[in-house]
Ligand binder design. Structure first.
Ligand code: ATP
Ligand code: MG
Length: 295
């Protein structure tokens, strides 16, 4: 009887250890996914800058080799990233079924979901929100977005206002959010299409930045799932690569800044029209406290 009792206690202890290990592994997977995802944006920008440099340098330039090497090395990095993507493509279900006996699945999943609410390791997490000018964050991003758009034959129109009210944001986190949404516009808009980026949208206590494109749009049945981790909707059937993490990361970062993301498809902007529905994202950022309407 006593031995049975000890064995039972030991079994429970081992089960708890296993659950704990599973939670840690899931968290580690989330952190790795996020970091790898954010790695892709600067790499695409670097590769495009390298290509532009190759084009712009005179053939006899002594710097020609350097520019070619930048492109070559970034191609290598992209290949390596492709390998990481294959690992990321494993769904959480794949991972759970790989690691857990079926009987424990429900209990562990509930615990894992709870743990996932904790802040993920992303640029800017843990840093304080400060009052800043949106243009200071947006302008460097526009530099690389313009280069990428040019290379892909997309027209990028930026309508920015110089005297915007200050917003209270976490700068690094907002950079990641804008990067992910602009990256989507660049990725899903086919060559010949347009992207319109406008600052100065207004509603009580918020200032908005609007990003519209003339891409394929997002079907109504996908809209309610957009922002769920790994959800790609109709785009999962296409050859356009992606992990379905960009907007989930953006949503989480924006929620932490007490801002909002709105998605519209068909796009809202009549100034850029096309035969495809297009998509509009509005990112609402909290105004500096004293600039808010009711403060
Ligand atoms: P990645 O993790 O590499 O960003 P992704 O672009 O597929 O992959 P998200 O950025 O999270 O993932 O976007 C989720 C889904 O939302 C996309 O797969 C696509 O179906 C849809 N989507 C997002 N932005 C656009 C857009 N501008 N035009 C059309 N569809 C879009
Ligand atoms: Mg994306």
């Amino acid at each position: 009887m006593a031995i049975a009792c000890i064995l039972d206690k030991r079994r429970i202890w081992l089960q708890q250890q296993l659950h704990q290990q599973q939670i840690l592994q899931e968290q580690q997977q989330d952190l790795l996914d996020n970091l790898l995802h954010q790695f892709r944006n600067p790499l695409t920008a670097l590769r495009t800058f390298g290509k532009l440099l190759v084009k712009r340098l005179q053939p006899e330039s002594a710097n020609g080799d350097v520019a070619v090497s930048i492109v070559r090395e970034s191609d290598r990095l992209q290949e390596l990233l492709q390998k990481f993507d294959e690992v990321i493509d494993l769904t959480p279900e794949d991972l759970v079924s790989l690691k857990l006996p079926q009987t424990n699945e429900v209990f562990v999943e509930a615990k894992v979901e709870k743990q996932r609410e904790s802040p993920l390791l992303l640029p800017g997490i843990g840093e304080k929100a400060i009052d800043c000018n949106l243009l200071d964050i947006l302008e460097p991003l526009l530099l690389s977005a313009r280069a990428i758009a040019q290379e892909r034959g997309i027209q990028l129109i930026a309508e920015t206002h110089p005297n915007l009210a200050l917003v209270r944001v976490n700068k690094k986190a907002l950079t990641e959010v804008l990067n992910n949404i602009i990256d989507n516009a660049l990725k899903y808009t086919p060559s010949g299409g347009k992207i319109l980026i406008q600052t100065g949208q207004k509603k009580a206590n918020f200032q908005g930045i609007k990003i519209s494109d003339t891409g394929p749009g997002i079907p109504t049945e996908d809209l309610e799932h957009i922002g769920e981790r790994y959800y790609r909707g109709v785009q999962a059937q296409t050859t356009i690569p992606g992990t379905g993490l960009g907007l989930a990361i953006a949503k989480q970062l924006i929620e932490q800044m007490e801002g909002e993301i709105e998605i519209f498809s068909p796009a809202m902007d009549s100034s850029i029209t096309s035969s495809t529905p297009g998509t509009t994202f509005i990112i609402w950022l909290p105004l500096k406290r004293s600039e808010g309407v009711d403060s």
